[in-house]
Write a protein that binds this ligand. Structure first.
Ligand SMILES: Nc1ncnc2c1ncn2[C@@H]1O[C@H](COP(=O)(O)OP(=O)(O)OP(=O)(O)O)[C@@H](O)[C@H]1O
Length: 283
């Protein structure tokens, strides 16, 4: 049975077409990565799945029901990009409070263990680091034992070790037939933690397959260059680009069309070099 179904879904914000005629199905029991650069439409898709946003056109089904009906039935748990915790409660009190809101929740100890929170149970929610806060938000997402878990860039504030423990907790949660859909910018995270990777760029699916297929296929080419003085903004909008990573002054672009990406990168660099030369009074 399909857990999730998008049928020709589009979503526009004024002039911006964030999701563009998206059709896909996700089978129950799979862990799927939604991989794409900033602005690809990942959060918009997840928010539509939760019924927080309405599609401009097309329909979304969750176990054959509308997103609103699925949320009401407790089928969907989510960890979104922001959201504050109730500050006055301890971690244990907060997780217990939320799990009691559901008809058939997970046990408190099981949640705390999966979210790696057993050492933090007595800590007040407003005294947590960014990565610890993320772990509590993961605990709240799984508290109701939802059949589908949606994670929107869940490891954003985590260090390397926290990330590894987080993904181990996610895999334990997914084991036994649950469906997980997570959004990420990183091919490595998708590769290591998903059964299937859907690459989206500018609201459209540009590749869809197993991590091995995605790495070997069209989405797997890499263009790397030193940024120098030029800004990194806008690299994700270059033709073919499906992912951007910036580290130590080097840009690594993942692209489905190396020629088009290099052509535009070259043109952009020349324009910026001319602009800089003008600013310096050399031209
Ligand atoms: N409320 C809004 N109003 C106008 N435009 C929006 C709004 N929310 C998102 N957008 C635009 O829609 C497009 C898709 O955004 P979305 O947040 O879904 O992408 P994303 O893949 O989740 O990006 P990121 O990785 O940065 O979170 C972007 O161009 C974004 O600027």
């Amino acid at each position: 049975m399909n857990a999730i179904e998008f049928d020709q879904v589009s979503k526009g914000y004024g002039d911006v077409l964030a999701v563009d005629d998206l059709s896909l199905t996700i089978a129950q029991g799979t862990t799927v990565a939604l991989l794409g650069p900033n602005g690809a439409g990942k959060s918009t898709s997840i928010n539509m799945l939760l019924g927080l946003l309405r599609p401009t056109s097309g329909t979304i089904g969750v176990f054959g029901r509308t997103p609103d009906a699925a949320v009401a039935a407790g089928d969907l748990g989510a960890m979104l990009q922001d959201g504050t915790l109730i500050p006055d409660l301890t971690v244990r009190e907060l997780v217990d409070l939320v799990r009691r809101l559901y008809p058939d929740p997970m046990g408190l100890d099981a949640i705390l263990q999966l979210a790696d929170l057993t050492d933090l149970v007595k800590r007040r929610a407003d005294k947590l680091s960014g990565g610890q806060t993320q772990r509590v938000r993961f605990a709240l997402a799984i508290a109701g034992a939802p059949r589908i878990l949606l994670l929107d860039e869940p490891t954003a504030a985590m260090d390397v070790e926290s990330r590894l423990r987080f993904w181990a907790g996610m895999r334990d949660y997914a084991a036994g037939g649950r469906t997980v859909l997570f959004a990420t910018h990183y091919l490595e995270e998708a590769d290591e933690n998903a059964d299937r990777v859907i690459v989206i760029a500018r609201g459209k699916v540009v590749a869809d397959g197993t991590p091995a297929q995605i790495k070997a296929g069209a989405g797997g080419h890499t263009v790397r260059f030193s940024l120098g003085a030029q800004p990194s903004a806008g690299l994700d909008a270059l033709p073919g680009v499906t992912g951007v990573e910036i580290a130590y002054g080097t840009a690594t672009l993942r692209t489905s069309d190396t020629d088009a990406t290099i052509g535009k990168t070259h043109a952009r660099n020349r324009i910026e070099a001319v602009q800089r030369a003008r600013e310096q009074g050399w031209l």
